[in-house]
Design a protein around this ligand. Structure first.
Ligand code: SF4
Length: 694
C-alpha cells in the first residue's frame, strides 16, 4: 500500500469501479493521493469499502499511462506523439472525409460506463449533433441492456426499484446470476449481514458461489441450473405460485393490467412450465423449485437481486421480464424490503444508459422517434436530429465487415478485449479506416487504432456517476488532468473541429443541460448534490430530494404489465466436440479487463484467471489441479490453468476475464439477446484438454 506522508487536505469523491458507488475521502498532499478513506457519510457505503476502491487507484500515476496524443497513418506503423491540435484536427478531418466518401451513417461513437454522466452525455450529443446520425452505443450494451428493455416493458422505467437500505427490511432474498461477494463487495457484505440476522436465501446460479455456503450463512435453496436455463426456472417458480394459489390478488387487482395478467396466467400455468418439465432442461430437482417458489411467495418481504448471469444470455431480456413478473404476481414491489434490483456491473452503467447513449433513445429513455422529445433537443442544440435509431455495437462491427461503417470514436472502452468473439471484432476494426481510441493506456483496441487520445482518470475529473440504486454521486477532481485535457473537453474539441460548437465552462453546466432536457433529472444540480451528498432519480418537482423506492402506489407506466416469457433454448449447444458449458464471472481484487486494477497495488493478491472444472470432468481429461489446459470452442481457443473444484457441477466450467493473456472472449460466441443484442457471454460450449502452456 502506497502511503506517502501526512495528508494536507481531503476531497470527497466516488469509486470508479463497481455499481455500488462507494464514496471516498481522497486524502491529499498537494496533488498526490496519500490514501483513499471510505467516507462515513456516503449513503451507498456508509464508511465501508472493498480492496478495489481502497487500494486500486494508483493506475492514475502508472508509468504505462499515455499522456500525449498519438497518431499513425496505418496500424502497422509506429505511433508518433503529436499536439492536441494536430490530433483533434486529424480526427475531425478523417471523420468528415469518411462521411463525404461513404455517407453520413458511416461513422459512430462508443462511450463507456466508466465515464461520467456528463462525458457520456457529450459523446451522444457529438454523435447526434456532430456526426448527424444515431450510431452511438455504450458498453452497457454488453452487460445490462436487457435490464433497460425488460424493466421498461413491465414497469415503465429502466432501473432498479429499490435503494440499498431496502435490504434491511427483506425477509427472503433471491439472488440469481450474481455473485455480490466478489462483484459488489460492499453491498454483498450488507446482504450477508441481513442473512446472518435470519433472512432466508435462495440462490439461482450454476456455480456454488460463497453466498450458498459461508460462515453462518447457508442458502435455503441453491438451484444449480444448467447455464442458459434462467427463463425456464423463473417460469417454473411462477408456475408454482400460480397453480398453488400463492398470488397476491389485491396487488394484481389494484396495480396490474388485468388482461395482460390473465393472458400470462394461462401461459405460465401450462404444464410445460411445471417444475417437473423444467427439471428436465435445467437439471434442478422439481422439489427444490417448488420449495423456493413457496418461500419466495410466502416468506414475507421478498427481494430479487440479479446480475450479468441473468442479462448476458440470448434470453437476457426474457429473464428480466420473468423476474419482473414474479415480483408483481406476489406483490413484492413498491415498498422497502422488496423489489427487483439489478446489480449493475460498472460504476456508471445506470448513468450511461440514463444519458441517452443507446442508438434508439435520448436521455431518460425517450425514444428518438418521439417527435416532442426530439424537437426539444433540436431546439436546444440548434441541430436537426435523425429520427431513425442508429447502429448498436454488434451492428457497427457487422457493417464494418460489410464495408459500410468506416470510422469509430471509442471513449473509455476496450472493445477488443471485452466484446465477444474477438476474431470478429478484430475483423471489424481492421476494416475501418479511422479508429480513434480515448483511454488511459494503450489497450488492446488501440492496436487497431489510428489516433490515440489520452484520457483522464476519475481522480482528475469533475462529474457524476449513477450507481445501481439510481443514486447520483459527485466525482470531484483531486488532481489536474495529467494528460492536459479533461475527457469532456476532448469531446468538445472534436465537436468544434467538426463544426458543431458546444459551450460549457464546467461539467456542472452539462448537468444543468441534462436536467433541462430530462424530466427524471429535472431537479438535479451540483448545488443539490453538494447539499444532500447524493440523490436518487427521479428527482424533480414531484420528488425534490429524489426517490429511494420506486413504484409506490402504482407503476411508472401506469399498470404493471405481465409479459409472456417463453423459454427458448440457446442455439449454442453442446455436442461430442464441445461437451462442456463455459460460464464466466469476476474476482474480488480485479476489475473487468483489468486495465486499471492490474496497474495498482491490487497485484499483490496475484489472482489470475483460471478454469474451474469439476473433479469428474478433470479426471476424464487427464487434467490435474494447476495444470495448463487448452480451452476450445467453435469461436476460438485459449490456454489457462485448471482449478479442480466442486464449486462447478459436472459438465460446467467457469473462468474470469481480467487478464489479456487469457483472452476469455476469444472463445465466446456471437449469439446475443433477442431484444438488445447483449452478448451471450454466459453460455459457451467448450472442450478442455491438457496443454503445455501458452
Ligand atoms: Fe465500493 Fe464497488 Fe468501489 Fe468496492 S469496487 S469500493 S464495492 S464501489
Amino acid at each position: 500500500v502506497i502511503e506517502i506522508g501526512t495528508p494536507e487536505h481531503s476531497v470527497v469523491t466516488t469509486c470508479a469501479y463497481c455499481g455500488v458507488g462507494c464514496s471516498f475521502k481522497a486524502e491529499m498532499r498537494g496533488e498526490e493521493v496519500v490514501r483513499m478513506v471510505p467516507y462515513k457519510e456516503g449513503k451507498a457505503n456508509r464508511g465501508h469499502s472493498c480492496v478495489k476502491g481502497r487500494f486500486a487507484w494508483g493506475y492514475a500515476n502508472h508509468r504505462e499511462r499515455i499522456l500525449k496524443p498519438m497518431m499513425r497513418e496505418s496500424i502497422d506503423q509506429p505511433w508518433r506523439e503529436v499536439s492536441w491540435e494536430v490530433a483533434i484536427d486529424r480526427v475531425a478531418s478523417e471523420f468528415k472525409r469518411l462521411q463525404e466518401k461513404y455517407g453520413r451513417l458511416s461513422i459512430g461513437g462508443i462511450t463507456s460506463s466508466r465515464c461520467t454522466n456528463e462525458e457520456t452525455y457529450l459523446v451522444q450529443k457529438l454523435v447526434r449533433g456532430g456526426f448527424g446520425n444515431n450510431n452511438v452505443d455504450t458498453c452497457a450494451r454488453v452487460c445490462h441492456s436487457p435490464t433497460g428493455y425488460g424493466l421498461s416493458q413491465t414497469y415503465g422505467t429502466s432501473a432498479g426499484t429499490q435503494d440499498f437500505d431496502s435490504i434491511e427490511h427483506t425477509d427472503v432474498v433471491l439472488v440469481i446470476g450474481a455473485n455480490p461477494t466478489d462483484a459488489h463487495p460492499v453491498f454483498g457484505s450488507r446482504l450477508k449481514k441481513r442473512l446472518r440476522q435470519g433472512a432466508h436465501l435462495i440462490v439461482v446460479d450454476p456455480r456454488r458461489t460463497d453466498l450458498v455456503r459461508s460462515p453462518h450463512i447457508e442458502a435455503d435453496y441453491h438451484l444449480a441450473l444448467r447455464p442458459g436455463t434462467n427463463a425456464a426456472i423463473l417460469n417454473a417458480l411462477a408456475h408454482v405460485i400460480v397453480t398453488e394459489g400463492l398470488i397476491n390478488e389485491a396487488f394484481v387487482r389494484d396495480f396490474c393490467d388485468r388482461d395482460a395478467f390473465e393472458y400470462w396466467m394461462q401461459f405460465v400455468a401450462d404444464p410445460k412450465n411445471s417444475p417437473e418439465a423444467v427439471s428436465l432442461v435445467s437439471g434442478v430437482p422439481a422439489e427444490a423449485i417448488r420449495g423456493a417458489a413457496r418461500l419466495y411467495a410466502t416468506g414475507g418481504n421478498a427481494a430479487i437481486y440479479y446480475g450479468l448471469g441473468v442479462t448476458e444470455h440470448s434470453q437476457g431480456t426474457t429473464s428480466v421480464m420473468a423476474i419482473a413478473n414474479l415480483a408483481m404476481v406476489t406483490g413484492n414491489i413498491g415498498r422497502p424490503g422488496v423489489g427487483v434490483n439489478p446489480l449493475r456491473g460498472q460504476n456508471n452503467v445506470q448513468g450511461s444508459c440514463d444519458m441517452g447513449s443507446f442508438p434508439h433513445e435520448l436521455t431518460g429513455y425517450r425514444h428518438i422517434s418521439d417527435d416532442a422529445t426530439r424537437h426539444a433537443f433540436e431546439a436546444l442544440w440548434n441541430r436537426p436530429l435523425d429520427r431513425e435509431p442508429g447502429l448498436r455495437i454488434p451492428n457497427m462491427f457487422d457493417a464494418a465487415i460489410e464495408g459500410s461503417f468506416k470510422g469509430l470514436y471509442v471513449q473509455g472502452e476496450d472493445i477488443l478485449q471485452s466484446d465477444p468473439n474477438t476474431k470478429h471484432v478484430v475483423a471489424a476494426l481492421s476494416a475501418m479506416e479511422c479508429v480513434v481510441v480515448q483511454d488511459l493506456f494503450l489497450n488492446e483496441t488501440a492496436n487497431y487504432a489510428h489516433v490515440f487520445l489520452p484520457g483522464s482518470s476519475f481522480l482528475e475529473k469533475d462529474g457524476t456517476f449513477t450507481n445501481a440504486e439510481r443514486r447520483i454521486n459527485r466525482v470531484r477532481k483531486v488532481m489536474t488532468p495529467r494528460n492536459g485535457m479533461a475527457d469532456w473537453e476532448i469531446t468538445l474539441a472534436i465537436a468544434k473541429a467538426m463544426g458543431f460548437e458546444m459551450h460549457y465552462d464546467h461539467p456542472a453546466e452539462i448537468m444543468d443541460e441534462i436536467a433541462r432536457l430530462t424530466p427524471s433529472f429535472a431537479g438535479v444540480s451540483y448545488d443539490l448534490l453538494d447539499r444532500l451528498g447524493s440523490v436518487q432519480w427521479p428527482c424533480n418537482g414531484a420528488a425534490p430530494e429524489g426517490t429511494p423506492v420506486m413504484h409506490i402506489g402504482g407503476f411508472v407506466r401506469g399498470k404493471g404489465n405481465f409479459m409472456i416469457t417463453e423459454y427458448v433454448p440457446t442455439d449454442e449447444r453442446t455436442g461430442p466436440r464441445f461437451p462442456l458449458l463455459l460460464t464466466t464471472g469476476r474476482i474480488l481484487s480485479q476489475y473487468n479487463v483489468g486495465a486499471q486494477t492490474r496497474r495498482t497495488d491490487n497485484v499483490i493478491w496475484h489472482e489470475e484467471d483460471v478454469l474451474e472444472i469439476h473433479p469428474h470432468d478433470a479426471e476424464q481429461r487427464g487434467v490435474r489441479d494447476g495444470d495448463w489446459i487448452r480451452l476450445d470452442s467453435r469461436a476460438g481457443s485459449t490456454t489457462l490453468k485448471a482449478c479442480i473444484t466442486e464449486r462447478v457441477a459436472p459438465g460446467v466450467v467457469y473462468t474470469t476475464f481480467h487478464h489479456p493473456q487469457t483472452q476469455a472472449n476469444v472463445v465466446t460466441t456471437d449469439y446475443s439477446d433477442w431484444a438488445t443484442n447483449c452478448p451471450e457471454y454466459k453460455v459457451t460450449a467448450v472442450q478442455v484438454s491438457p496443454s503445455n502452456g501458452p
